[in-house]
Design a protein around this ligand. Structure first.
Ligand code: SF4
Length: 350
């Protein structure tokens, strides 16, 4: 039978950290490039720092192609990293396959965007959950213990009574129910951290809230650390304790969710908030630095020099196209920072 994993571990305990995490994907060379020394790469993630703590949700927000899903896959060790470090409980970790990968997966589980694609259509819910329990050694030693563990998993994701769902196939369930099964399967490993990659974006609007509420309930009851990847900053405000904003492979702003969403500092965060259908958003957003033109995200093969947002930024200054902005503290809000030269005190004094 599955137990509640380390529910008594101290809240706020650091589970997983990314330090200077970097991922460049090499681009296949064209014929004409074979005769040059050019080695192009997609700069998908550059120098990302992130901390996941027990009992907390961190939202990683950005538009498509910003690198947020790549960060999740790097943290899940599905991709090898180009640079930086991933630390599990403070220990540098790099696993590729085999028993070490399974041990890592038992502690860090991923939930994917498309619950239908992540479940094998020819197998029942019982098969999917049993496999997870057995792979991670949580199936008990008797058939009765396995059955009890299966019931516990489905009850934990509010698919009750469990016997109604256990022998169904994925196509017999709704999208929301499939995503609940995918979450139950992840819980079968008794993880400490969940990496949820756009877990509600493919679901009907009417059932998204139910899945977010379920994840929040699991965070509290199981003391889980959750990374919530989304392009919807309004849902981050509702669901996450901390919100980090990514643009073109780099972190541009971070802080507690209320502050980042109500008093955004970085011009790109303001753009995201102005694009979000949130009726409350107007209260805390200044019009002064609203981007005039949404524009397009830049190529990550040759990203813009300096601040990667400078071609789209209405507040861009000459140094923005040459100097890479460093994270700067915003006002008196503890933990609120933005990588933007607007907040450089020397720049302000000029
Ligand atoms: Fe805009 Fe410059 Fe700030 Fe980048 S550093 S967001 S270009 S003002």
């Amino acid at each position: 039978m599955t137990s509640i994993p380390d529910a008594k571990a101290p809240a706020d305990e650091v589970v997983l950290e990314a330090i200077g995490l970097t991922k460049h994907f090499p681009v296949r060379r064209r014929l004409r490039d074979l005769f040059s020394n050019r080695h192009d790469a997609v700069h998908a993630v550059d120098d990302v720092n992130l901390t996941l703590r027990r009992g907390q949700v961190v939202a990683l927000v950005g538009e498509s192609g910003s690198g947020k899903s790549t960060v999740a896959r790097l943290l899940a060790q599905l991709y090898p990293r180009t640079g930086g470090d991933i630390r599990l409980h403070g220990a540098s970790t790099r696993v590729k396959a085999g028993a070490a990968f399974r041990r890592y997966c038992a502690r860090v589980q991923m939930i994917f965007q498309d619950p239908f694609a992540s479940l094998n259509p020819v197998h029942t819910i019982r098969y999917h959950l049993t496999r997870s329990l057995k792979v991670h050694g949580n199936a008990g030693s008797t058939d009765a213990e396995l059955e009890q563990a299966l019931h516990t998993l489905l009850e934990r994701v509010a698919l009750t009574p469990p016997e109604r769902y256990l022998d169904k196939f994925p196509h017999e369930l709704s999208g929301g129910q499939r995503q609940r099964v995918a979450i139950a399967r992840a819980l079968g490993a008794e993880p400490e951290a969940l990496l949820a990659d756009e877990p509600v974006s493919m679901l009907d609007v009417s059932i998204r809230l139910g899945i977010l509420n379920l994840l929040r309930d699991l965070k509290e009851r199981l003391n889980l650390a959750i990374l919530y990847i989304t392009h919807d900053i309004a849902s981050a405000r509702y669901f996450a304790d901390q919100t980090m904003v990514m643009y073109a492979g780099r972190m541009v702003e971070g802080g507690d969710s209320e502050t980042v969403t109500q008093s955004p500092a970085h011009p790109y965060t303001r753009l995201l908030i102005e694009s979000a259908p949130d009726p409350d958003r107007l209260t805390g957003v200044s019009d002064a630095a609203s981007p005039k033109d949404n524009g397009e995200p830049p190529s990550l093969i040759r990203p813009p020099s300096g601040c990667r947002f400078h071609p789209r930024c209405p507040s861009a200054m000459p140094r923005c196209s040459t100097d890479l902005p460093v994270p700067l503290q915003i006002g008196d809000s503890p933990g609120h920072w933005a990588a933007c030269w607007l907040y450089d005190t020397e720049e302000v004094a000029k």
